[in-house]
Design a protein around this ligand. Structure first.
Ligand code: IVH
Length: 693
């Protein structure tokens, strides 16, 4: 078999398994075997780059983030649907259809319908040219949408190439949705980091499809269902091949390998449609996607053409909407939750109430501003809704039933977990607990503290931290320095082997000794590693280096006024305020003292130190690096220049002190010459660095 043949075979096989997994939710092979197929394809394509085509499954996430989206005009307008809110509305729809067909000269013995679940997502149009996906567009306002091909390509339910040769250009329409589980997980993470929550999966899907970075879209794991095919030249009818009915069009779509929601049903009468709607009212909650109703469509395509459309809606379809599930109940209390990053969000404790088939006793209140704006008070009767049928939320108070004495809510002054003062930055919505050892923050904080970029304690990872924090053995960062090899060696954990059996593992003497040695070594780290490791908001590793150099010790930093901080080069008001807030929290000061007792270095090492602002040898000078240096990497060179007070920037201007030119330099060398900026070679740079130190 030639590589080209094997590549073709692998692509077909991968698409087959993608379809089994993402469309039918019925995989035939293990994930690892699927990964192996992908890996083989990647390797073959790497060896034969000329055989890479855009519709290869390896090319789903391609390209860089887009600068914006292009507007696209739909081949035919994407109409919206008229709504029915009650069974009576459905029957009235049936009567209208029958009357219109009779008036058109038909006396239909029976008007068949197809009932489909109404997917609560985002309408999309997919264009296939000779079977290859060439464009994806959002519905937009129905006439023009946005071209989101890069994002659509990341959705693995959507084939990049149709399973059968489909000649010409066809447009397939459907819905992109956010699976429930992925939605809930994403909102939990957003609550943790203090980001605004998405109200429901539809908003989340829409927000995601409008993201400019396909890599992010790929991570969100969107799903898709298709339900319609149109073609530019022939219209809906002929595009579906021999289809004379909607039901056969759906079968055709599925046959092409497109995702078609499998629960649709052919109904012989409106009464059967009504029964379908009743049947799914509760059952729909078990689906992995949101449905807010049922779409009812006349089955025969010739009837459809005869019925036509108004300017907004087709006359041959209607959307039956399930009633939004809302209940009133008593709001017992407003409490706050502290996320892993310290973000504090209010939530409602409710008198339990049955909504959409489940008992609700807690609901989100979004954020403090929202509670204030709606003036929601403890003791109120409140209207509660299961937003998008997922997370219950409080819509607002029933003011007329407000009990006497109910007082407006205020964010508590102190963190419920550790008692530290809660604060928020100017103009920020999110309140935070600033105490880095707050039990809510400790796990993630410790992971950061020990990470390679910070204190660099290899071996102190997520699982061990979890164990140490849960057992209460580690209550703050300083406790790490009290860990003894004996106690670590005796720690046991349960691991699951490949065959599914659980086995007890002990940490072991050797690992324990190694870890204790690494912990010990970290005591002498550069100051910036500690400053960075403390997890002060807005202080990344570069800012930590700036602060370490400028202040020389934790004590000097903790004593610095906001003015002194802001007077430091590269320190702006946000960073200065954040550092100040950190050291204003007494619990953080207590941690510093405990680190001191644990003999952790709190001063800069000599080579880090800056005697007084501005007198480092390269202070005030700016360098640009280009090409490959022989004696060190560009990153090392930049770090060395910065240690000596110089700045490294990426673009050459008249103000640049010098451009360091290595082998195979870029255009920056020419720019230096054009602007009359001096250049340095490897040797000159080495001399500069040596002379300066
Ligand atoms: S058919 C002209 N079928 O609901 C008919 N639409 O409220 C076009 N939707 O714009 C739509 N599930 O984005 C159809 N099974 C389904 C649907 C569905 C969800 C969306 C679609 C439409 C909106 C109208």
């Amino acid at each position: 078999m030639t590589p080209a043949e094997r590549i073709d075979e692998l692509r077909r096989s991968i698409r087959h398994h993608e379809e089994r997994y993402y469309v039918h939710d019925a995989p035939e092979i293990a994930d690892a075997d699927f990964d192996a197929l992908m890996q083989e394809l990647r390797a073959l394509e790497a060896a034969h780059p000329d055989l890479v085509t855009p519709e290869s499954p390896t090319q789903r996430v391609g390209g860089r983030p887009a600068d914006g989206f292009l507007a696209v005009l739909h081949l035919q307008p994407m109409l919206s649907l008229d709504n029915a809110y009650a069974e009576e509305d459905l029957r009235a729809f049936g009567d209208r259809v029958a009357r219109a067909l009779t008036a058109a000269g038909e006396t239909p013995p029976e008007i068949g319908y197809v009932a489909e679940l109404k997917i609560d997502g985002l309408g999309i149009a997919l264009t296939y040219d000779n079977g290859v996906l060439v464009r994806g567009a959002t519905r937009g306002d129905g006439v023009t949408g946005e071209e989101v091909t890069g994002n659509v390509r990341t959705i693995r339910a959507i084939p990049l190439r149709l399973g059968h040769a489909v000649p010409g250009v066809v447009e397939v329409r459907g819905e992109v949705y956010f699976p429930r589980s992925a939605f809930e997980q994403m909102n939990r993470e957003r609550a943790d980091t203090g980001e605004a929550l998405f109200a429901n999966p539809r908003n989340a899907a829409a927000g995601t499809m409008r993201n400019l970075d396909p890599a992010l879209v790929a991570r969100r794991r969107l799903g898709a269902w298709t339900y319609q095919v149109v073609s530019s030249s022939t219209g809906e009818h002929e595009a579906a091949g021999t289809a004379a009915t909607h039901a056969s069009a759906l079968e055709t779509l599925a046959g092409w390998g497109l995702p078609v929601e499998p629960h649709w049903r052919r109904c012989r009468s409106i009464e059967e449609v009504v029964a379908f709607c009743q049947e799914w009212q509760e059952k729909r909650r078990q689906l992995e996607f949101e449905t807010d109703g049922v779409v009812v469509k006349v089955d025969r395509l010739d009837y459809r053409s005869r019925l036509g459309a108004t300017s907004k809606f087709p006359r041959w379809a209607i959307a039956f909407k399930y009633p939004a599930e809302q209940k009133t109940t008593r709001l017992r209390a407003i409490e706050v939750n502290v996320g892993r990053t310290g973000a504090v969000t209010p939530y409602a404790v409710l008198e339990p109430v049955l909504i959409s088939g489940s008992t609700v006793s807690m609901a989100t209140l979004h954020n403090a501003d929202d509670v204030a704006r709606k003036d929601i008070r403890a003791g109120d009767w409140v209207l509660v809704e299961k937003a998008g049928d997922v997370i219950p939320r409080v819509i607002g108070p029933v003011v007329s039933r407000r009990p006497a004495g109910a007082v407006p809510w205020e964010m508590p002054a102190a963190c419920p977990l550790c008692g530290s003062a809660l604060r928020r930055e100017d103009e920020e919505v999110v309140w935070r607990c600033e105490h880095v050892s707050c039990p809510a923050r400790l796990r993630r904080g410790l992971e950061h503290f020990a990470s390679r970029g910070a204190m660099d304690i290899e071996g102190l990872g997520e699982a061990l931290i979890e164990q140490l924090v849960t057992s209460g053995r580690v209550r703050d960062y300083a406790d790490v320095y009290g860990l003894a090899a004996d106690e670590l060696a005796a720690l046991t954990s349960v691991a699951v082997r490949a065959d599914g059996r659980e086995v007890q593992r002990t940490f072991g003497r050797k690992s324990a000794d190694k870890l204790v040695a690494r912990i010990d070594r970290s005591r002498g780290n550069e100051l910036w590693r500690l400053i960075y490791g403390l997890g002060i908001r807005h202080v990344g590793s570069h800012a930590a280096q700036v602060l370490a150099r400028a202040f020389g010790s934790i004590d000097a930093l903790r004593g610095a006024t906001p003015e002194a901080l802001e007077a430091t080069s590269e320190v702006g008001p946000v960073l200065a305020a954040s550092v100040r807030r950190y050291f204003d929290e007494p619990r953080n000061l207590a941690l510093i003292d405990r680190l001191r007792e644990a003999r952790v270095r709190l001063e800069a090492r000599p080579e880090e130190r800056q005697a007084a602002g501005g007198d480092l040898p390269l202070a005030g000078r700016t360098y640009v690096l280009t090409g490959t240096l022989r004696s060190m990497t560009r990153e090392e060179a930049a770090a060395a220049i910065e240690r000596l007070g110089g700045k490294v920037t990426s673009s050459v201007s008249r103000k640049t002190t010098a451009v360091v030119v290595g082998d195979n330099p870029g255009s920056k060398a020419d720019q230096a010459q054009a602007l009359g900026v001096p250049t340095l070679d490897d040797a000159a740079l080495a001399a500069l660095l040596a002379g300066a130190t």
